[in-house]
Design a protein around this ligand. Sequence first.
Ligand SMILES: [Zn+2]
Length: 112
Amino acid sequence: MTEHHGACHCGGVRLTLRETPVDLGDCNCSLCRRIGGLWHHCKLDQVDVEGVETGYVQGDATLTTWHCPTCGCTTHWTPLLPDYDRMGVNLRMFDPALWEPLPRRKIDGASF
Ligand SMILES: [Zn+2]
């Protein structure tokens, strides 16, 4: 099984991703453009998160964006809607060899 390991800068939050991304979601919404995250979207069961994270819920409360309380890196988001089984992983927490060559898929989050 393919596993990719990522972490925030201080290592307090660690991510294990069990699938290989094929592109990068680059979202222009008010939060993502500040964070600068590059997202891989996947089923919840494809990711393990270890460590202690701090959550941030914005505006329409559809998801929680998680960051490390020590170093501040945004690591992932998880859904708040009960029927939504997908999440986003910030690929910037992983080795650039995994994601730097991938095409960027623009997500127009600012418009909805
Ligand atoms: Zn950290």
